[in-house]
Write a protein that binds this ligand. Structure first.
Ligand code: GLU
Length: 902
């Protein structure tokens, strides 16, 4: 708006002070191929004369000079001729060499020289002004866009050496790795092949506009124009290049433009221009608004010159003098006019500028056009080149589209596309169908991954073709050459768009290719042979108790028998008349001899009767506790024996990875070059390092080419080989092969994902489809289908659960220790009671015999300790009164022992 006010003000004022001649001549110098620029020059003059008008009577007149290419001598002569015709300004040429000659003449005769071409000058010549965006600012724009796009590694393809000046900021950038390649001749294919081989997928193309199509076409021929390649094209004229054929193959093409050919103002102006040219009988070659940036700049240059001339005319009496290259006289108003042009917008308080076809025309203090706005363009399938953001000096690159739009765009681009999916045979992920007919294409395959890709394809609307990876490998990197094999290689070389199987997401692979969200989580575990049913054992009746329990029981038996023997000797009640019919025996007998004690104990232990029975409290306690002990032990034995006779015992020599690492008898291995192999090779954990050393030094080798080979080897090894495999695959195998089992837990935690080529545009769309399938339960159903229901799944699980419910284990001391404690406690109690009885008896005898207690105790103890003989004489009570003596010796006969007191 301000600009219009500004222009309006100076045009009105210029009408009032009318010093300008009626005709002001300007010269345009054009070379070969500059036809459109020349037309723009002429049209701009007509536009100023007819629509803008410097002053009512003042007209611009265009003198055009057409030069053969690079002929500087001719240029100098022709420019001198124009000086003679009193020109107020010289426009062009586009060629740098000729322009420099023209520039020196203009400088000498103080004629403003207005250019519209790319020119890298650090300082500006006094009488020169260039409307082309300053290369340094353009370089900043390139830099900002690539930073925004997060390019980390790219190759610059250039044709002319000036590109290296133009792309200085990119070459010096610290955020990326830049490679530079020179395009030579007309056949770029050898170089492009090298680029493909070196796996560069981001390319900065800096070639003249008329070479762009040819480079892209040749790139397409060798497969560099696919969705995995991104191009940044530095030309501001990409809108003039035919890109339709690349729209559908999907390369990511980004570029910048100064001029929006579809902008209403530009469109209107170009339409008028076209119309005018047609009236004049000329066909304009910028159909579909393919106007060159340089042509638009030339139009703006004339417009800008006219505005400055009008402005200068307000304060100066401008006269046009014919000049000659043979004299030293110069044009006195040239200096003022160029200053008027240069200092538009210099006053920071007033934003004054001329609004041209290429946006605001204003210059910095150095007189360069550094502040301008560029549109950021991307090639889209729907509309071709589309504005997706803007670049400004102050704000950098700003994309106007949202992430949702980007995702939506990718999802749209996936529709009806046919993706090539590489896979390998690994049950149940991808398997060949069993069929008597010969199957073709995708019909040949079945499995979890096939169903998963099908579900994703349905949700995203793409088609797919499966193919088996030729070398059958999943993908490992050669440590020496750094080359990948297997599915990773297929993706890197863009032969496949997706890779799926039990493909583990690892750091090393993630560095080379892209992965989707994981579709399954798992960890490494051990698959091993189930222990086999043992041959019937002669001594299997001993199984219910562990060996130590048997030893304890035997010890208990002996101990209790001996205790019974001792306590019985101590207990007075156990001494009895050997002949019950003799009332007053001379001798007493104890039936608990050592042999009888052992017999009593074994008879009662085996639940049989014995013909002897304890009579003293202490011995009865011993017997009672022993019976209790017997009851519990026999019941436990009977119960456990029943279980042992019906259940197969499963004793595995290994229970964990540590067990494997500790021994050398059982060999173990894993799939060669898989992620499990990588895990052990790179582990820092001592146990796993030991395992790796054992595996890598084993002869014969313990690594296998496939998991199936490993599983077969475990099956046939009779317990001498264990295989380290991923838990999800182990689950699948043990559902079907009941002779195998998983041993121990998981050694790590990882996931399977769908692999994509690096920087694949489809990664987000595939990941979000996997998330959807996870959330709606499809993945869970697929897992159940392929693990439990199909291909004989499930029957080992049933067998296993039946066995588990009746599993039995021998009873150890921990299970029956309590009974032993009770037994020991009972024996202790019995001993205490026996001692009490013994002491009490000794005291009574001492009283009866008028002997001392200690003497009596000593006699009794020494008798017991002799441990020999199970009889002892009856000790008669000594009569204390004459009546007693009479009764004792008179009526019942003489007796030398005491009567036994029961
Ligand atoms: N899933 C593994 C891989 O992606 C293969 C099997 C394994 O290494 O246990 O390499």
């Amino acid at each position: 708006m301000l600009a219009h006010v500004f222009l309006f003000a100076f045009f009105c004022s210029s009408w009032m002070a009318s010093a300008l001649p009626d005709v002001v001549q300007i010269a345009g110098i054009f070379g070969e191929g500059d036809e459109q620029i020349e037309m723009a020059f002429r049209y701009a003059v007509r536009y100023i004369n007819e629509e803008v008008k410097i002053k009512p009577r003042t007209r611009l007149r265009a003198i055009t000079i057409n030069l053969p290419a690079e002929d500087s001598f001719m240029a100098s002569r022709l420019v001198c001729g124009t000086l003679n015709a009193s020109v107020a300004g010289i426009f062009g040429p586009q060629s740098a060499n000729v322009a420099n000659h023209v520039q020196s003449i203009c400088d000498a005769y103080e004629i403003p020289h207005i250019e519209a071409r790319w020119d890298y000058k650090r300082t500006r010549d006094a009488y020169s002004i260039n409307l082309y965006p300053h290369p340094k600012s353009l370089g900043e724009a390139y830099y900002d866009v690539l930073r925004y796009l997060e390019w980390e590694k790219f190759v610059i393809l250039y044709e002319n050496n000036e590109s290296l000046v133009r792309l200085q900021q990119l070459l010096q950038g610290k955020h990326w790795e830049v490679h530079v390649r020179h395009l030579e001749g007309q056949d770029y294919r050898p170089l492009l092949k090298q680029i493909k081989k070196a796996q560069f997928n981001r390319i900065v193309l800096d070639v003249p506009e008329d070479r762009i199509y040819s480079v892209l076409e040749q790139a397409a021929q060798i497969g560099l124009m696919r969705e995995y390649y991104s191009y940044f094209i530095t030309s501001l004229d990409l809108h003039r290049v035919k890109l339709d054929e690349f729209r559908y193959v999907g390369p990511n093409i980004t570029s910048l433009r100064l001029l929006d050919p579809k902008d209403t103002k530009v469109r209107m102006r170009v339409e008028k221009w076209q119309f005018g040219e047609r009236l004049r009988g000329k066909m304009v070659d910028f159909d579909n608004f393919k106007i060159k940036t340089e042509a638009a700049l030339m139009f703006d240059a004339v417009h800008f010159f006219a505005a400055a001339l009008g402005d200068l005319d307000r304060s100066h009496d401008i006269r046009m003098n014919p000049l000659s290259c043979d004299t030293e006289y110069s044009w006195p108003h040239g200096n003022s006019l160029i200053n008027y042009m240069k200092y538009y917008g210099v006053d920071p308080k007033v934003e004054s500028y001329v609004l041209g076809l290429t946006g605001k025309i204003k210059f910095d203090r150095e007189g360069f056009r550094t502040d301008f706005m560029l549109d950021i363009l991307e090639l889209t399938r729907e509309v071709g080149l589309k504005k997706v953001g803007v670049w400004t000096k102050a704000g950098g690159a700003n994309y106007t589209r949202s992430n949702v739009e980007v995702t939506q765009q990718v999802i749209e681009s996936l529709k009806n596309r046919t993706l090539r999916v590489t896979t390998a045979i690994s049950a149940p992920y991808t398997m060949l169908k069993d069929s008597s007919e010969s199957l073709r294409g995708n019909d040949k395959y079945e499995g979890f991954c096939v169903d998963l890709i099908d579900a994703i394809a349905k949700s995203r609307g793409f088609n797919y073709t499966f193919y088996l990876v030729p070398d059958k490998a999943y993908g490992s990197k050669d440590k020496v050459t750094g080359q990948w094999d297997g599915m990773v290689r297929e993706l890197l070389e863009h032969r496949a768009d997706l890779g799926i199987v039990d493909f583990t997401i690892t750091y090393e692979r993630e560095e080379a290719i892209d992965f989707s969200m994981p579709f399954m989580n798992l960890g490494i575990s051990i698959i091993y042979k189930k222990p086999q049913k043992k041959d019937p054992n002669l001594f299997s009746f001993m199984s219910p108790f562990s060996i130590d329990v048997w030893i304890y029981m035997a010890t208990a038996y002996l101990g209790v028998s001996v205790l019974l023997f001792i306590l019985a000797r101590m207990a007075p009640s156990e001494w009895d008349s050997p002949y019950p019919c003799i009332q007053d025996p001379d001798e007493l007998e104890n039936c608990f001899t050592v042999v009888n004690s052992l017999w009593f104990m074994i008879a009662t232990f085996l639940c049989q009767g014995a013909d002897i029975a304890p009579r003293a409290v202490s011995t009865r306690i011993v017997a009672g506790i022993w019976w209790f002990f017997t009851l519990i032990m026999i019941s436990s034995y009977t119960a456990n024996l029943a279980a042992f006779l019906t259940v197969e015992r499963m004793d595995s020599p290994i229970e964990s990875a540590e067990d494997l690492a500790k021994q050398t008898k059982i060999k173990y291995g894993c799939k060669l070059d898989g992620s499990t192999y990588g895990f052990f090779r790179g582990s820092n954990i001592p146990t796993y390092q030991r395992m790796w050393a054992a595996m890598s030094n084993a002869r014969p080798p313990v690594f296998t080419n496939t998991n199936d080979e490993g599983v077969d080897r475990v099956s046939k090894s009779g317990g001498m080989y264990a295989f380290l495999m991923e838990s999800s695959s182990i689950e699948y195998v043990i559902e079907r092969r009941c002779d195998l089992m998983q041993v121990g837990g998981l050694l790590d935690s990882k996931s399977y994902g769908i692999a994509l080529p690096p920087d694949s545009p489809y990664t987000g769309a595939i990941s979000s489809a996997i998330l959807q399938l996870k959330e709606n339960g499809t993945l869970h159903d697929l897992k159940k289908k392929w693990w439990e229901r199909r291909k004989g799944g499930g029957h080992c699980t049933q067998e296993q659960s039946a066995k588990q419910s009746s599993a039995a284990a021998e009873l150890g001391l921990a299970n029956v220790g309590g009974v032993f404690v009770v037994l020991i406690g009972g024996m202790g109690l019995a001993t205490i009671v026996a001692i009490c009885e013994f002491i009490w008896n000794a005291r009574e005898l001492a009283t009866d015999e008028n002997a001392s207690f200690c003497e009596e105790l000593g006699t009794e103890v020494s008798f017991i300790l002799k441990c020999s003989g199970n009889t002892k004489p009856v000790r008669k009570k000594y009569p204390s009164t004459p009546e007693e003596q009479l009764f004792t010796y008179g009526s019942y006969g003489a007796s030398y022992g005491y009567s036994n007191k029961k």
